[in-house]
Design a protein around this ligand. Structure first.
Ligand code: DBV
Length: 272
């Protein structure tokens, strides 16, 4: 990878990074849309450091690929490569509030203890039938087909329930051949199908009225605030890059809805 990145749309390639094919697939699938760069400071586009012991340091790379389109407020991939310590692709699509769309969320995490894999089209308004039914009826058949081939990942906190759909695919896999083959044969296909469905929903989406946009904004803010507050990567990122960098990355880049709507002023989110 080049020593620096100055534009969120520059192709991102990290040597020996397990999740590279997933990011490549997503970037390719998005090329069908009119992509614009998403403004992100250089220090978050690419950051390096080292972890591990003094005698056995491990190089860490954290990089961000991002874009936006008229229908998608922010598409961003947080990519972490730290050799045997961690390998992560956290990929979230934040739709514009002018369209009744869920979030796309993928958390593909490899740690020394194993892989932890999450995929979902997450609702901004979980109890609103208009927001969920048309999505869930198409998502659930895909979910069932792949989840039955994977062990369930175990309980998730009660307080997280409002943010997941019934199509939440969630598994923990062992490192080694068994995990690798399930990733290749099942997780890859599931990721591609979740993303294909999401992009189809985006293509079909029609603008909503201002009242609806405000309701969607409130739901999106609840979701984003929850994700920022509970980010499971906070500990790892803080170890790698320090607390100041990590808090700014979480609030100004990864889950930036609150701060981006403050910056743009009170009415900007509801523009067409
Ligand atoms: N998770 C993020 C971001 C990450 C990231 C931005 C930049 O939201 C990585 C990186 N997730 C990450 C790491 C861990 C998890 C765990 C490093 C392991 C933490 C650890 O064990 O130390 C899904 N991710 C998890 C867990 C869940 C999710 C349920 C387990 C939490 C726990 O054990 O405490 N993240 C969660 C989720 C989505 C998501 C449902 C959306 C699909 O992105």
């Amino acid at each position: 990878m080049s020593a620096s990145r100055h534009n969120s749309l520059e192709p991102l390639a990290i040597a020996n990074w397990r999740w590279q094919p997933f990011l490549d697939h997503a970037c390719n699938a998005l090329q069908a849309f009119a992509l614009e760069p998403y403004p992100i400071e250089d220090q978050f586009l690419l950051q390096t450091s080292s972890t591990g012991s003094k005698s056995k340091p491990i190089e860490v790379t954290t990089a961000t690929w991002a874009c936006r389109t008229p229908k998608l407020r922010q598409v961003r991939a947080a990519c972490v490569e730290a050799g045997s310590a961690a390998s992560v692709l956290n990929f979230v699509i934040n739709p514009s509030i002018n369209f009744d769309l869920p979030f796309f969320g993928a958390d593909l995490v490899t740690l020394p203890a194993g892989h932890l894999l999450a995929l979902d089209l997450q609702p901004a308004l979980k109890t609103d039938a208009l927001h969920t039914e048309a999505v869930w009826s198409r998502l659930i058949p895909i979910f069932k087909r792949w989840q039955e081939r994977l062990p369930h990942g175990g309980p998730i906190p009660e307080e997280a329930q409002p943010y997941f759909s019934p199509g939440f695919l969630w598994t923990r896999l062992p490192l080694g051949d068994e995990g690798d083959s399930l990733i290749n044969q099942v997780v890859t296909a599931a990721f591609n199908e979740y993303l294909d469905l999401y992009l189809e929903l985006v293509r079909e989406a029609q603008p909503v009225d201002q009242n609806r946009s405000q309701t969607l904004l409130e739901g999106q803010k609840r979701y984003t605030a929850y994700r920022a507050e509970k980010d499971p990567a906070r500990g790892m990122l803080t170890r790698f890059h320090g607390s100041e960098w990590t808090e700014a990355y979480i609030h100004d880049v990864l889950f930036d809805l609150e701060r981006s709507s403050q910056k743009q002023g009170p009415n900007s989110e509801v523009r067409g």
